[in-house]
Design a protein around this ligand. Structure first.
Ligand SMILES: Cc1cc2nc3c(=O)[nH]c(=O)nc-3n(C[C@H](O)[C@H](O)[C@H](O)COP(=O)(O)OP(=O)(O)OC[C@H]3O[C@@H](n4cnc5c(N)ncnc54)[C@H](O)[C@@H]3O)c2cc1C
Length: 416
């Protein structure tokens, strides 16, 4: 990661990725400091669906461009692009299109398959830290109301056994047997290797473990700009003064381009907004045994201890947290379509977050070639929780000069 092994790593951002990186470094005795502009898990990591779904494919898939074009300008479809002149987004969409091929999907899955297995192992090992984040194993279902949706899902699932995953296909009756709350559906696919948790609690409790292992954590302290000496990054100027470090790791999610501004790395990152609505368990709120993605609507339903979380939708509308009410409404509408006897009360909470998305659907993890002393770990799109621990382990191995378990060339931040 650096020409000589760094003694002190400064991580900017205390979301899932920053805290996982800090954890695997601190646990191995490395000096690590985390600065976070807001609170722990303030952004995308706070309210996501909580699904740990190894073997999940990237957003780029053959046929996705046409599908996206059909959906794009309707604010009620799963994917929405707010119409406005935005050259960076136009370039992003153009590049995204180039990666919607069989060859790219194969290359991405060859990498994501093993990373997912390793992350699942690491989540199991994290039980030792007693994270109290409602971590549960038991898989998730993808359910479909249409035969066409089910057919596509089965075709996608057929690719997974080669990567060591064992999806199971169910017809409508078998699906309702497993999840009696479901209404009229065509069937579903079960992904047994998946698990779930409360993502905010995961970050908060793992952050406490970072401190237990000797890491330093500063919340409500924004990193305003990188400290640079020629091309080398030597630390970060924060609200509370300059912090020097041998290595600065940007784990700043969708906000990463801000701090990269003065550098020579142009990471084509776009924020993809998503929403959640939580409903307290009670009459009229579907009771689920395991998480479930409502296939055609791309809405994820996750049973958490006191509530059901509905999360999803993908919206490209710039670097802001403006809430579109109709998109929140889509979440509840999907629940009414797929489940029986749904009478939803007022939501217990509503939330918006931004996934950091790169146009090839893969994260960027590693050193920034043009700037010694600088590295990034971002771009996890829909997979930040799923790939959090394995990203943390990879970064720790890179920093400490230990062997990497996978060929990480495809994650190189300099690849664009
Ligand atoms: C609706 C929705 C559902 C999702 N569901 C899932 C799911 O089920 N499973 C899954 O694996 N993934 C899911 N994701 C994706 C996942 O949430 C993200 O990939 C992940 O949270 C990204 O984590 P991060 O740490 O990179 O970014 P963030 O969580 O955004 O963290 C970045 C942190 O950096 C801080 N920061 C930024 N700039 C600065 C600065 N200048 N100085 C100091 N701090 C700064 C921010 O305040 C923030 O806390 C979902 C996302 C959404 C929106």
């Amino acid at each position: 990661m650096a020409s000589s092994r760094p003694e002190h790593t400064l991580i900017v951002g205390a979301g899932i990725i920053g805290i996982c990186c800090a954890y695997y470094l601190a646990r191995r005795g490395h000096r690590v400091t985390v600065v976070e502009a807001e609170d722990l898990a303030a952004r995308a990591s706070q309210g996501n669906a909580g699904s740990i779904a190894p073997g999940h494919e990237p957003i780029n898939k053959p046929g996705r461009t046409l599908q996206a074009l059909r959906w794009m300008f309707s604010s009620k479809s799963p994917l929405y692009v707010a119409p406005r002149p935005d050259p960076a987004l136009a370039r992003w969409l153009w590049t995204f299109r180039r990666y919607c091929t069989e060859a790219h999907l194969h290359r991405a899955m060859t990498l994501l398959g093993p990373l997912g297995h390793r992350s699942a192992e690491l989540f199991e090992a994290l039980r030792d830290e007693q994270l109290a984040c409602h971590y549960r194993t038991g898989g998730y279902y993808a359910v479909f109301r249409t035969e066409a949706g089910l057919r596509h899902a089965r075709a996608d699932a057929a690719l997974l056994p080669a990567l060591g995953y064992r999806p199971e296909c169910f017809d409508a009756a078998a699906m309702r047997d497993r999840e009696p709350a479901l209404g009229e559906v065509a069937g579903g696919v079960f992904y047994p290797e998946s698990s779930w948790c409360d993502p905010e609690l995961f970050v908060r409790n793992l952050a406490a473990a970072v401190v237990r292992h000797g890491g330093e954590l500063h919340t409500h302290r924004r990193a305003n700009r990188l400290a640079m000496c020629n091309e080398r990054v030597t630390g970060v100027h924060t609200d509370g003064g300059m912090i020097a470090a041998d290595l600065v790791l940007l784990a700043t999610g969708a906000q990463t381009p801000e701090l990269l501004q003065p550098t020579r790395l142009r990471l084509p990152l776009q924020p993809a907004k998503g929403y959640h609505r939580d409903y307290a368990h009670g009459p009229g709120v579907p009771r689920l045994h395991a998480p479930c993605i409502l296939g055609e609507s791309y809405v994820f339903c996750t049973p958490l201890p006191n509530r059901l979380r509905l999360a999803g939708t993908l919206e490209f509308s710039g670097f802001n947290l403006h809430v579109r009410h109709e998109r929140l409404e889509q979440l509840s509408a999907a629940a009414r379509e797929y489940y029986r006897d749904v009478h939803l009360p007022a939501p217990a909470s509503e939330w918006v977050g931004q996934r950091p998305c790169l146009p090839d659907g893969l994260p960027a993890v590693g050193p920034v070639r043009q700037h010694p002393g600088l590295a990034v770990a971002t771009g996890h799109a829909m997979m930040g929780l799923t790939l959090g621990p394995v990203t943390g382990e990879l970064v720790a191995n890179m920093v400490l000069g230990e062997p990497l378990r996978v060929d990480v060339g495809a994650l190189d931040p300099n690849r664009f």
